[in-house]
Design a protein around this ligand. Sequence first.
Ligand SMILES: [Zn+2]
Length: 245
Amino acid sequence: MRGIFCVAIATLLATAALSSTIAPAAPDEGLVEYNTDTTNQLIYGNNQWSVSIKSANNTLVEKLTTSQKPNYLWIGCADSRVPPSTITGTTIGDIFVVRNIANVVDEHDLSMMSVIEYALLHLKVTHIIVAGHLNCGGIQSAINMTLENVNYLRPYLNTIEALTRNNPDHFPSSSSMSNSAAMLNKLTQFNVVRSLRIIKKTKVYQKALELNPNLKLEGWLYDVRTLWLNRFDDTHTSFEGVDFS
Ligand SMILES: [Zn+2]
């Protein structure tokens, strides 16, 4: 009896070991079925996506198995409407990403700064993009300060809100525009520009610029209405192609 038990256990362990080496089956093989359960939807989506990308470019998948060499560092908002790879039509391995509330860059934010350091000095990306977006909930919350139970959010909101106090000509305190789309959009621009300026001052960026004088640092703005990205025009201190009215 004990021998049979041991054989059974050994068989189970062998099966488990074998199973762990088998890649998940494609959806059409019946392992994952779509239903309304949210998590299952994601697994189903992953199965669909993995099958399609392997069939389209398995060479890329194999190449990325051992290392990455992205050209871009994307500093963006965590907003679900602004997924970098999706809105730029890029694929795995193209963009190194860090996202937080309203794409705020702060030298005291270790998460943000460690990503910037790794991207610039180790991955040696050639482009840094700070991407804000219109109708940003972080920007709106910073102006209205009506969110309750704000703890970890507070430093991000305070940083954005300070932009309005430090630029009274652009953001009059008693303005009837305080909740207007125009003011929110202007603050979104200021917030991107602020992040660009912070990055420029860092030792990491200065070092990276020494190593690669062609390193690009750009501010972009994504319009959730049109789905278009717009570059910040440094010479005109505004974003091209965005209607801020
Ligand atoms: Zn946002």
